[in-house]
Write a protein that binds this ligand. Structure first.
Ligand code: FE2
Length: 134
């Protein structure tokens, strides 16, 4: 499985949101590196730290996007808000499990789940409010 690499197809034509997505991808790639290539001894604490960092970051980022969608009058804001909320709940669940020392899925599975969600969300969901603005 490869790291996520930013390219122009991820751009939703908003410089601030694009920069935030790049930061989220950077956090994801760090987690990917730790979970799949990290040293086993420090793995659990490192996974907890990075999941915490991801959660704090997506909360800030989602709030920013939600304010932006409200500002432009994006009609599907409620559905989009629900997607954000569901992902936040999932990340919180993984974090709690990691803190208890029990991740329910393999590390490679977890990286894949987080990766697929992130990529799909930017390319298909966030892209909707980019098109809406045009
Ligand atoms: Fe979003």
């Amino acid at each position: 499985m490869s790291y996520i690499e930013w390219n122009d197809s991820f751009s939703i034509d908003n410089a601030e949101i694009d920069a935030q997505h790049q930061q989220w991808i950077a956090i994801h790639n760090t987690l990917h590196g730790i979970l799949l290539e990290g040293d086993v001894v420090s793995l659990q604490q490192a996974a907890i730290n990075t999941l915490q960092e991801m959660q704090a970051y997506i909360r800030k980022h989602f709030a920013f996007e939600e304010a932006y969608m409200a500002r432009i009058g994006f009609p599907e804001i409620r559905e989009h808000w629900r997607l954000h909320k569901d992902f936040d709940t999932r990340v919180y669940g993984y974090l709690r499990d990691a803190q208890k020392g029990e991740l329910p899925v393999l590390n490679s599975e977890l990286v894949k789940i987080l990766r697929n969600w992130l990529v799909h969300h930017i390319l298909f969901e966030d892209m909707k409010f980019s098109q809406n603005r045009r």
